[in-house]
Design a protein around this ligand. Structure first.
Ligand code: PMP
Length: 367
């Protein structure tokens, strides 16, 4: 067949932009390596699944799949608002918090604007800023932690947005309560300050700030959370943002009319009520985090102190190599090579058995 050609080129912002590289899917590894048993600890998913109450709600909701969902997920928004003690008009739901990030940059980043973020952090901040013609100003982490002082110092006349990922992905570290409060107080009011709390529910440290109440005193503050992590609903794509109602009004204009689907809306709504499930996941995750950290230390390796559902381990060799060797043993992790820290791997916390299998495999690989 003749190969068709055309001379239509995309916007210059897309030049050189990489496609997001997710954790390797189980199906792909099975196919490529012919292995039967695969453990995926690569995408910070919940090894304990999701609330049984959400399953029941979804089975009922299947009756209604021929009807479009409500565009702004009002039932869910009401529940979130009540739980967080904010007004309903201060909450927006998205197709994952990924979508809310995109809506924010789509709505507020103009060509030439600067957005400050950590180096390294969740890569979607930079990608979305670049797509809109903005520039990412990346401030190096110090021992895996956001350097808020240098991030403040990086503010210029062009700064439009700042991202703080707390706990940070991929290092899992958090910034202290006092430091973050002081930072939030010092960021000028005309700059959008986005605090991404995708892993909020896993945090056990005392010195961690709940930023949501600060939206009442800081009109420029935006807090993002998700149902993909502790609530275990990653495949359904649903997350939310809490912010000044003026931002919500703008983002709603930009979002797709039916951005969150019926299954996601009912599953998220019922999941919020299942406090027992969340509490169990938090406890199990902490046990896994402590186990992996302690075992890694016994191997003579160090790690970033994590408050998320993953741990980033420093190696004496390339993360890519260790990733490949683990893959051949049926364990998928993320190489720090793709995340911007070449001599590391990031492992998600799994079940007890999965964590033990990972530790045994890692021990064999590094020996
Ligand atoms: N923020 C951070 C820090 C993340 O790690 C992720 C998922 N990996 C997201 C946002 C996006 O999550 P989702 O779109 O599934 O809500």
């Amino acid at each position: 067949m003749e190969v068709l050609e055309h001379k239509i080129i995309s916007r210059k912002e897309l030049e050189g932009l990489d496609v997001y590289k997710p954790g390797k899917p189980i199906e792909e590894v099975k196919r490529e390596l012919g292995l039967n048993r695969i453990i995926k600890l690569a995408s910070n998913e919940n090894p304990l699944g999701y609330s049984p109450m959400a399953k029941e709600a979804m089975i009922k909701e299947m009756e209604n799949l021929m009807f479009y969902p409500e565009g702004t997920a009002p039932v869910l928004v009401k529940k979130i608002a009540k739980q967080l003690k904010v007004k309903e008009e201060q909450v927006i739901t998205g197709n994952g918090s990924d979508e809310i990030l995109r809506l924010l940059t789509r709505s507020y980043i103009r060509s030439g604007d600067e957005a400050i973020m950590a180096d390294v952090t969740f890569p979607r901040y930079e990608t979305n800023v670049i797509i809109e013609g903005g520039r990412a100003i990346k401030v190096p982490l110090v021992n895996g932690v956001h350097d808020l002082g240098r991030m403040l110092a990086a503010i210029t006349d062009k700064t439009r947005m700042i991202f703080v990922c707390n706990p940070n992905n991929p290092t899992g570290t958090i910034v202290g309560k006092r430091e973050l409060t002081s930072f939030i107080n010092q960021v000028p009011n005309h700059i959008l300050l986005v605090v991404d709390e995708a892993y909020f529910e896993y945090v056990t440290a005392e010195d961690h700030l709940d930023t949501v109440p600060l939206i009442h005193s800081h009109a420029n503050l935006i807090v993002l959370r998700t149902f993909s992590k502790i609530y275990g609903l990653a495949a359904l794509r649903i997350g939310y943002g809490v912010m000044h109602s003026n931002f919500v009004k703008e983002l709603i204009k930009v979002k797709e009319p039916f951005n969150t689907n019926r299954m996601a809306q009912v599953a998220a709504t019922t999941s919020l009520a299942d406090l027992e499930f969340v509490s169990k996941c938090k406890k199990e995750n902490e046990k896994g985090r402590l186990y992996i950290s302690a075992e890694v230390e016994k191997m003579g390796l160090s790690y970033f102190p994590s408050q998320g559902n993953f741990v980033m381990i420093r190696l004496n060799s390339s993360g890519d190599n260790v990733f490949q060797s683990l893959l051949h043993k049926g364990i998928i992790v993320r190489s720090g090579g793709v995340l911007g820290l070449p001599n590391t791997i990031r492992v998600s916390i799994g079940t007890k058995e999965e964590n033990e299998a990972f530790i045994q495999a890692l021990r064999e690989v590094i020996q």
